[in-house]
Design a protein around this ligand. Structure first.
Ligand SMILES: C[S@@+](CC[C@H](N)C(=O)[O-])C[C@H]1O[C@@H](n2cnc3c(N)ncnc32)[C@H](O)[C@@H]1O
Length: 224
């Protein structure tokens, strides 16, 4: 019996990023890499659906948007990315260029001005959110500062920012749309799955991994 070869996509180059960049922008870490691994596991499914509109919220260094662009084939789909942090938008653009693709990140809060225009149109939505449980003051401060702290501070259960996107999700996804969401166990992924199911969406854990103190997983949320 032959075992099908999984599709293997090289990890984007990020050697151009400096320590100074990482003072302001999230440095790719285990949570970033598990998102790439989840996309790689689903690569055939994603390609078969021929996505036309893909969006990453909170692109940071741009590693995931770049990876997704390479996975689906540059030029065949629109890949949009946003980040609240202007340094992250600059760095995402540089990462794209260093990997011979083009990305034009939009600095805005979550989907910002795109939400209304992309209703029912998003085929792939990526979000590795600020998922660390913090108090509300830290969440509000970091969201206002729009700098590196905004990469992790997530408020109650680490879910305040993620929930804003999840509540919009049924309106955003196209008929074959899928969201890939990074979570840690403190975000209560089982609760997330139940809530998504109550909105008529399907939620499946694609991959789970322990990284130091974090138990990470990537959820795929899609229409049934
Ligand atoms: C954990 S980092 C992930 C970065 C990158 N996607 C990765 O996987 O390495 C979270 C990112 O979300 C961004 N972010 C936080 N709050 C946001 C908001 N309200 N709107 C857009 N981006 C936000 C942060 O600036 C940061 O770049």
């Amino acid at each position: 019996m032959s075992i099908p070869n999984p599709i293997s996509i090289p990890t984007p180059h990020i050697a151009h990023l400096t320590e100074e960049d990482y003072e302001h922008v999230y440095e790719p870490a285990e949570d970033s890499f598990i998102l790439l691994d989840a996309l790689e596991i689903d690569a055939q499914l994603i390609r078969d659906d021929q996505p036309t509109v893909c969006v990453e919220v909170g692109s940071g260094s741009g590693i995931a948007s770049t990876f997704l662009t390479q996975l689906i084939g540059h030029g065949s789909s629109l890949v949009l990315s946003t980040d609240i942090n202007r340094y992250a938008c600059e760095v995402t653009q540089r990462t794209a260029k260093a990997n011979q693709i083009t990305l034009n990140p939009i600095q805005c809060n979550l989907l910002g001005p795109l939400s209304a225009r992309l209703k029912g149109k998003i085929d792939i939505l990526l979000f590795n959110p600020p998922y660390v449980p913090t108090d509300l003051e830290e969440l509000n401060d970091t969201q206002q500062l729009r700098d590196i702290g905004g990469a992790w501070a997530g408020g109650d259960n680490g879910m305040i920012i993620t929930d804003i996107v999840l509540n919009q999700l049924p309106d955003l996804l196209s008929p074959t749309g899928k969201m890939y969401l990074v979570t840690i166990i403190q975000n209560k992924p089982l609760d997330i799955a139940q809530r998504m199911q109550s909105k008529g969406l399907l939620c499946k854990e694609i991959i789970r991994r322990r990284a130091g103190r974090e138990l990470l997983s990537v959820l795929r949320i899609s229409r049934k």
